[in-house]
Design a binder for this molecule. Structure first.
Ligand SMILES: *[C@@H]1O[C@H](CO)[C@@H](O)[C@H](O)[C@H]1NC(C)=O
Ligand SMILES: *[C@@H]1O[C@H](CO)[C@@H](O)[C@H](O)[C@H]1NC(C)=O
Ligand SMILES: *[C@@H]1O[C@H](CO)[C@@H](O)[C@H](O)[C@H]1NC(C)=O
Ligand SMILES: *[C@@H]1O[C@H](CO)[C@@H](O)[C@H](O)[C@H]1NC(C)=O
Length: 506
């Protein structure tokens, strides 16, 4: 007894530290598979469409070199599993992948299981990591008993015990429950005023039973407390990981899933999982990293648009709140400026490319795993009102202003040791100076000057005593200059009309 205990205590920290997470230092490009690239020629335009547009795994394989050339060393694809063939309340289809009909089949629109495996192999051939999006919270839209039985096996049981059924009356059929009033409570809107965006779960405020046990709109919520459902999902995620050689998963709607199930799901997957927990509440958000290896950095991202339209001391406040929140490992947070669920950042800031470049420089050079949403490099895509346009209409051109920024940032990450296996991959940035329009941080040998002046606003200049001049800083990115401060104290930075971020190396 004594011996085995000592052995365990001794072994555990050693095992953990000897296997560094392969995602630390990676840089991810995220695509909506149906919208990014296709193997079919001459596809029609796809804007504001709720239909399947024709993008697929083989199309993505063709464009992998395009992604790798921008310096990304991982991709994330939207959920590939078979989607329901019917429509939701808003007459939409499951082209995005978040409406499963069958977890153990891969959707034929995208290329089926062979296509997914080909993609995985092609990704690995380019030394990139493969991340697959998965949904374990719910299935597709279910509007009555007639939909319940369209699912196969355990998911299609007429009795409905596979789904959450809060408030279901005794003897009430699934059809009566779903179509009745009030029907299944909505996890997003029926749990109380004090849920979004801080989720105060104190007694009498936001009701966590409804958050975890309600339905996600008309998407039928799986009951992970049901032993068979639980086993089905755990077996499925093992199968996904092994069959398609998945290096990491992105887990949808993790905030709505019971946490004891997240623990088991993480263990069954056996690889990095980055969870979607959408809240402004850093404390709550960080708690999910005790269940999943990573979380998408929503508390920071949700406020980036406002920061770049406000003052940079707001960014400093966000950074220090994030640091104080007690994350297990901030190097495994997924950082991004926008995604497929909201307006693109460029639209949020009124089309100001200068601001987009500054926000991207922050996300790509601070600690965590940067994630860039497809088309960010193309201002017609990134500035589009529709955040899920078919890329084919706009072409695959990364020799653009933002494309060059992405290449430079990914290049700097590798060259200056922030990338995977790099000397500073797990080093946090050091905040060196903050002014209304400026935020300066150091990481390893880099000093990064971010501003929110904006394009065409006359540029600006600022001096920072806190920045050590040392042997001299060399600008490696950005139109602007960095000079020694007066009397040899600190540095002064200036940018012109374009309002670029400036990256310098010691
Ligand atoms: C649903 O969308 C399809 C395809 O756009 C269209 O043909 C159909 O008329 C729509 N149905 C309704 C009820 O709006
Ligand atoms: C889930 O299933 C369990 C046991 O099968 C049941 O006790 C529980 O009430 C169900 N939860 C919901 C939210 O329906
Ligand atoms: C944030 O979440 C924590 C942990 O659940 C909770 O104690 C706290 O009250 C929440 N903060 C707010 C402002 O609701
Ligand atoms: C930026 O802030 C100003 C003033 O605070 C506000 O009027 C404007 O709507 C904001 N713009 C965006 C794009 O958020």
């Amino acid at each position: 007894m004594f011996l085995s205990c000592t052995f365990l205590l001794f072994l555990l920290p050693y095992v953990i530290s000897s296997t560094p997470n392969p995602w630390i230092g990676r840089s991810i490009y995220f695509v909506v598979t149906d919208r990014f690239a296709s193997s079919y020629p001459n596809l029609p335009s796809c804007i504001d469409s709720k239909e399947w547009c024709g993008g697929n795994f083989d199309g993505l394989i063709t464009q992998l070199p395009y992604i790798a050339d921008m310096g990304f060393d991982a991709i994330w694809v939207t959920p590939p599993v078979k989607q329901v063939g019917w429509r939701d309340d808003y007459n939409g289809t499951g082209y995005h992948g978040y409406w499963a009909q069958e977890f153990t089949e891969i959707d034929e629109h995208l290329g089926g299981p062979e296509g997914l495996l080909r993609l995985s192999e092609a990704v690995h051939e380019l030394d990139m990591l493969f991340m697959v999006d998965v949904v374990a919270n719910h299935v597709g839209p279910v509007h009555g008993g007639e939909d319940v039985v369209k699912f196969k096996g355990i998911l299609g049981r007429e009795g409905g015990e596979q789904y959450n059924t809060l408030g279901r009356g005794e003897g009430e059929s699934m059809d009566e429950y779903i179509k009745g009033t009030p029907g299944p409570p909505n996890a997003m809107t029926d749990a109380g005023e004090e849920c979004w965006p801080y989720y105060d779960f104190e007694e009498g405020k936001c009701d966590r039973n409804i958050v975890e046990g309600g339905w996600f709109g008309d998407l039928a919520d799986l009951n992970q407390t049901n032993v068979e459902v639980r086993e089905y999902l755990l077996e499925w995620i093992r199968w996904m990981q092994e069959s398609f050689k998945v290096d990491g998963f992105r887990l949808d709607t993790a905030l709505y899933i019971p946490r004891d199930f997240l623990d088991e799901f993480q263990e069954a997957a056996g690889v990095y999982i980055v969870g979607e927990v959408v809240t402004y509440n850093f404390t709550l958000h960080s708690e999910y990293q005790q269940h999943l290896s990573g979380v998408l950095n929503f508390p920071v991202t949700e406020k980036l648009g406002a920061v770049f339209n406000g003052t940079m001391s707001d960014l400093q406040a966000l950074v220090s709140e994030s640091r104080g929140a007690g994350y297990v490992d901030r190097n495994l947070l997924g950082n991004f400026v926008d995604n497929h669920d909201g307006d693109r950042f460029l639209r949020k800031v009124g089309g100001d490319v200068g601001l987009l470049k500054n926000a991207l420089a922050f996300v790509m050079l601070s600690e965590g795993v940067p994630i860039v949403y497809y088309g960010t490099e193309n201002s017609e895509v990134a500035g589009n009102e529709d955040n899920r346009v078919g890329m084919w209409e706009f072409g695959y051109d990364s020799d653009t202003e933002v494309g060059e920024l992405l290449k430079a940032m990914n290049g700097a990450r590798k060259k200056f040791g922030l990338g995977w296996g790099g000397e500073y991959a797990e080093t946090e940035m050091e905040v060196l100076g903050v002014e209304e329009d400026w935020f300066v941080f150091g990481r390893g040998e880099l000093v990064v000057f971010i501003n929110n002046i904006g394009r065409g606003k006359g540029g600006g200049k600022a001096c920072f005593e806190g920045v050590k001049w040392g042997e001299g800083l060399k600008v490696i990115y950005g139109e602007g200059s960095v000079n020694e401060g007066e009397g040899g104290i600190g540095v002064c930075v200036s940018v012109g009309e374009e309002g670029d971020p400036i990256v310098a190396a010691r």
